[in-house]
Design a protein around this ligand. Structure first.
Ligand code: B12
Length: 254
């Protein structure tokens, strides 16, 4: 890409503004349903738009893929993201920094809270097997990892974090129906603040595919990790936040 700051979507030819959109309408698949899909696309600003796929899904629902043109421009100079503001370290460096500076194991307690049973994400980060060719946090000799699994109640999480003198609590939230991930995260953050004094509170980290990484302060946590996160990123962040960027006061949750 060049140094352009204004861009448009690309479909058939550069900058033609063509996008593809998928959605489901609660009506059986027929001509009227396709008309309804096109009306929705038009109201969303796709002009022209065409239905390129329509398939009935169960009784009374139709799944659509619509292809059409948008006029909107993207201003890259106005895009806000959370940039990685810590160095990405190798496992050896991470272990060495914890051993030399913290002089004890760094303790991590994690799990899925609320009714969420999607453990694949937190397992990918915590368990030895890891993800994307990287080993999980259990692989790091200087980390002690407690993976509490699915559907952990917030009071149980707080108690376990306290009992293990956790330096960091890692929570996964995948289900976002009715903003469950936001409510659960706020509840968890409030419970830790109420139960443990600020200077001994573990670092609070949440992750999941549909979080806005910019919302950490608003949700009362220290950091949010989104889709595609790897264990090494998380381990590097832990070292940055707990070991290298300040005098450790955590891990004494009593
Ligand atoms: C596998 C799966 C299941 C399995 C879960 C098995 C298990 N042990 O985890 C089963 C079959 C049990 C299941 C059940 C349900 N599921 Co489901 N499931 C999925 C599916 C197909 C894949 C999720 C997954 O494993 N992704 C792979 C992992 C590696 O990715 P990840 O979670 O994003 O994790 C990465 C990052 O996000 C990040 N990360 C995640 N957590 C954390 C935490 C921390 C601390 C950090 C640092 C990073 C981090 O790092 C990870 C690695 O990169 C998704 C659809 C999809 N394709 O995503 C639906 C999906 C999540 N499920 C969904 C639904 C609705 C359900 C059910 C409600 C269905 C039902 N009606 O019963 C139930 C709910 C069960 C419950 N109580 O939670 C919806 C959620 C919709 C929504 N908006 O909330 C989805 C999106 C499917 C869909 N399109 O409708 N599901």
């Amino acid at each position: 890409m060049t140094g352009k700051t204004i861009i448009r979507p690309y479909g058939d030819t550069t900058g033609d503004g063509m996008v593809q959109l998928s959605f489901t309408l609660p009506i059986p698949s027929d001509k009227r349903a396709e008309g309804a899909a096109l009306q929705l696309a038009a109201k969303m600003g796709l002009d022209p738009a065409m239905v390129v796929h329509a398939r009935q899904m169960g009784d009374g629902f139709t799944f659509f893929v619509v292809y059409g043109r948008v006029n909107h421009l993207v201003d890259l100079s106005a895009v806000q993201v959370v940039e990685r503001d810590f160095p990405l370290l190798a496992p050896k460096e991470i272990n060495a920094l914890i051993r030399q500076r913290l002089r004890r194991k760094l303790v991590v307690v994690g799990g899925c809270i609320g009714t969420d049973a999607h453990t694949v994400g937190i397992d990918a980060i915590l368990n030895l097997k890891g993800i994307a060719g990287e080993k999980g946090l259990e692989y790091y000799r200087e980390l002690r990892v407690f993976n509490l699994g699915a559907q952990v109640a917030v009071p149980d999480l707080v108690e376990r974090a306290r009992a293990e003198k956790a330096d960091a609590v890692l929570v996964s939230q995948v289900v976002t129906q009715r903003d469950a991930h936001l409510h659960n995260t706020r509840e968890m953050a409030a419970a830790f603040r109420e139960a443990i004094p600020a200077d001994r509170r573990p670092l609070l980290i949440v992750g999941g595919p549909r979080f806005d990484e910019l919302a950490a302060a608003e949700l009362g946590v220290d950091r949010i990790f989104g889709r595609g996160t790897t264990p090494r990123e998380v381990a590097s962040y832990l070292v940055h936040a707990i070991v290298t960027s300040r005098t450790p006061a955590r891990g004494a949750a009593a």
